[in-house]
Write a protein that binds this ligand. Sequence first.
Ligand code: PMP
Ligand code: GLU
Length: 403
Amino acid sequence: MGIISSKLAAVKPSQTKAMTALAASLRAEGKSIITLSQGEPDFTTPQNICKAASDAIAAGHTKYTAVAGITPLREAVVEKFQRENGLSFSVDQVTVGCGAKQLLYNALVASLDEGDEVVFPTPCWVSYPEMVKLAGGTPVAVETHVQDGFILQPEALRAKLGPRTKWLMLNSPSNPTGAVYSHRDLEALAKVLRDFPDVWVLADDIYEHLVYGDTEFATMAAVAPDLAGRVLTVNGVSKSYAMTGWRVGYAAGPQDLIKAMNTVQGQSTSHTSSISQYAALEALTGDQSFLPEFRKAFRARRDLVVGLLNDIDGLSCRTPDGAFYVFVACDALLGRLAPSGKQIVTDMDLAMYLMEEAGVAVVPGSGFMADGFIRISYASSEADLRKACAAIGTAVSKLTEQS
Ligand code: PMP
Ligand code: GLU
């Protein structure tokens, strides 16, 4: 009998992390690799936020905090939800954790019994199905399609809901597709959910500030206030404020659930770093003027990358409305031969070929439960993006049809 539990044996490591780690090890061997595999803004954390962190150290805020997070930060989260989303919460309805990732996990651990089902649209973020399994639940994927802009269709949702469904996980703007759910899209889903009073909604709004098209950001608790009693809204500072390494996320929802999530956290991580919490407080309450600047830069990069990739024979992608990913169809290339004679059979083969031949790290679509795609993060400098797309184009042009 081995040491690893049977539960864990069914859980896959994160593909975004795996491809990024592989890129780092190749770089350490001296290979030149451009990493477009991890969704992480290349901007540095704004100075006022860094200063708040050093001030916190100087002031001695280096001790344990309350499990749910320091009160001023939770108050700032309450104020953020009111100001930006029109949502009213009390401080007790807010919890802070080690990134949105930890809060999603805490919520699942706090709520799932063995075999409970969690429904989510695919393509989905790599961690959703694996977190559900870790928490003892059963992941249930609902496919979305490029012709619907990768938006979950109400009848497709209805077909997957049943007596064991505990949650619908929704992520808008979406990782990996960049799809943004409009107020109308969410209202159509809310209509279905009203027929299933025991199904809760986990709204993952981590890319809230990264919306570029005409569709305005919307979130379920605000679109359908009658459902707010069964919605957990999760967000964080990682993506909007270029704070991925600080590990601060927050969640707000019904008090019973928040309390249970705090129990999970209190018995596992305790809380996120006290210093990071003071930094996040400054992020939410300080100068917000760089948010539109970041957004503008991402939008320009999106347009650049979409144009360059669609010019490559065999690759195609739609223009995503949000987040900082392009989800590129590569099925036309599958079956072709690399110069080495190796056949590119899967999107994983293509991702490995691009790593070796083009020196570009991307993530295969299969990691997001969508075969025949690759995901490219455009949260990198324009110069790197141009170089990477050119190298991808050259590598792809070397693939030949099997005779
Ligand atoms: N949700 C989605 C969809 C993500 O892409 C990420 C990125 N890591 C997260 C949640 C978690 O972000 P963090 O833990 O850095 O707040
Ligand atoms: N969410 C980011 C991504 O998808 C960061 C890595 C991760 O946590 O998976 O690339």
